[in-house]
Ligand binder design. Structure first.
Ligand code: UD1
Ligand code: UDP
Length: 359
């Protein structure tokens, strides 16, 4: 059996790895390396527990600091693990600093890599994730795309001969766990709602963690102002990146319509997506999940990264401006002609088949 090292470090990677790892272990010997990039219980262990992901074989404990420092430390530590473990293949997910550090460590040691969620592009190197995507795609042996639009970018960059569309492992996971949860409210629901009574379809779900929206107080203030003006309460699990800024804004403005919560586990997040009236986010994962659940979404970013979700205004970009966010949330949308651009929920099976064939 060939040995695979899967490198993960951030919340969305744990979710994708949960479905891929289950299939991977039928054909390969998998060793999981967690870089430590996300480390709070609610950002990391909760996903391993809820989604029954095998415990990481290594946790490198590297987090925070500048992009260069974090990536540099990861590169050094991942190289040590690769030298000790001598894997045949390295598997990388998405576009975080953990992804790019893994790509660089592996390519320098001539270990072939597979990039899952390859090919997405914003079109600007100002985004740290874009840099991570480009480096990882151009150094990987096998490029596995969620959608046709991602594959088209790789074709344009001359990488078409090693890229395939497999569907989106986030869709696999969302489909699987939406079914598991059904209409049952997760046990920890009241930890999120507090004493508020919030009925299905009578709340909005907000997440916001991008550097672009959180480093600038004005942007976050505008986003929260928009949530304050909505007809129903807004549930907002706050990413640790912006807890202190959110707290300081809340003490100044004493928001009444926003229910602030700790980051929630995946099952709760799936429940919130499936039951929200509408979704407001700057997350790549959440904007897709809104689409999977046929919920209208406003994405507070300057660039389209999942064009398939934007058909019939089902997902619209907005600047971090109160009036624009509200206007976009009021648009009429129609999911009936959106099709199924993210596959059939079996991307993990396709990923493993292609790895067996080409690696
Ligand atoms: C990272 C990814 C981003 C991804 C997001 C998923 C990069 C460049 N960015 O952004 O692509 O969308 O993860 O959520 O890799 N922190 C904690 N506790 C934690 C995790 C983080 O306090 O469990 C703090 C860190 O110490 C740091 C800040 O939050 O100060 C930001 O964390 P970081 O991992 O650098 O970036 P994210 O915003 O999470
Ligand atoms: N999510 C979660 N708890 C939260 C917020 C989000 O489990 O409090 C899930 C969400 O449902 C989605 C994923 O995290 O599956 C998205 O991750 P994130 O927004 O951190 O990163 P991105 O997708 O932007 O890279």
């Amino acid at each position: 059996m060939k040995k695979v090292i899967s490198i993960v470090g951030a919340r969305p990677q744990f979710i994708k790895a949960s479905v891929v790892s289950e299939e991977l272990r039928k054909e390969f010997h998998e060793v999981i390396v967690h870089t430590g990039q996300h480390y709070d219980y609610n950002m990391s262990d909760i996903f391993f527990d809820e989604l029954k992901i095998p415990k990481p074989d290594y946790n490198l404990g590297i987090s925070g600091g500048s992009h260069g420092k974090m990536t540099g430390k990861m590169l050094i530590s991942i190289e040590d693990v690769l030298l000790d473990e001598k894997p045949d293949i390295v598997v990388l997910y998405g576009d975080t600093n953990s992804t790019m550090a893994g790509a660089l460590a592996a390519v320098k040691l001539h270990i072939p890599t597979v990039h899952i969620e390859a090919g997405n592009r914003f079109g600007t190197l100002d985004s740290p994730e874009e840099v991570n995507r480009i480096v990882t795609d151009h150094t990987s042996r096998l490029l596995l795309c969620c959608t046709e639009s991602a594959k088209a970018f790789l074709d344009k960059e001359g990488l078409g001969n090693r890229s395939f569309i497999v569907g989106d492992p986030m869709f696999d996971a969302f489909k699987k766990y939406s079914k598991t949860i059904g209409n049952t409210q997760p046990e920890d629901l009241f930890d999120v709602y507090g004493n508020e009574i919030v009925l299905p379809s009578e709340f909005y779900y907000l997440t916001c963690h991008r550097q672009e929206n959180t480093e600038n107080e004005e942007s976050l203030k505008e986003i929260l102002k928009a949530m304050e003006a909505l007809d129903y309460k807004c549930i907002y699990p706050v990413h640790p990146r912006n807890i202190s800024r959110v707290k300081s804004l809340d003490s100044q403005f004493n928001y009444k319509n926003i229910i602030f919560a700790k980051p929630v586990g995946y099952l709760m997040s799936v429940f919130l997506v499936n039951n929200a009236k509408k979704i407001i986010t700057d997350s790549g994962g959440l904007q897709r999940e809104a689409f999977f659940a046929k919920k209208q979404c406003v994405t507070i970013l300057d660039f389209v990264v999942w064009p398939e979700t934007m058909v019939n205004s089902c997902n619209q970009l907005s600047k971090p401006l109160k009036d624009e966010i509200i206007l976009k949330l009021e648009t009429e949308v129609d999911f009936s002609k959106c099709g199924t651009p993210f596959g059939d929920g079996k991307s993990a099976v396709k990923i493993v088949e292609l790895m067996k064939r080409y690696m």
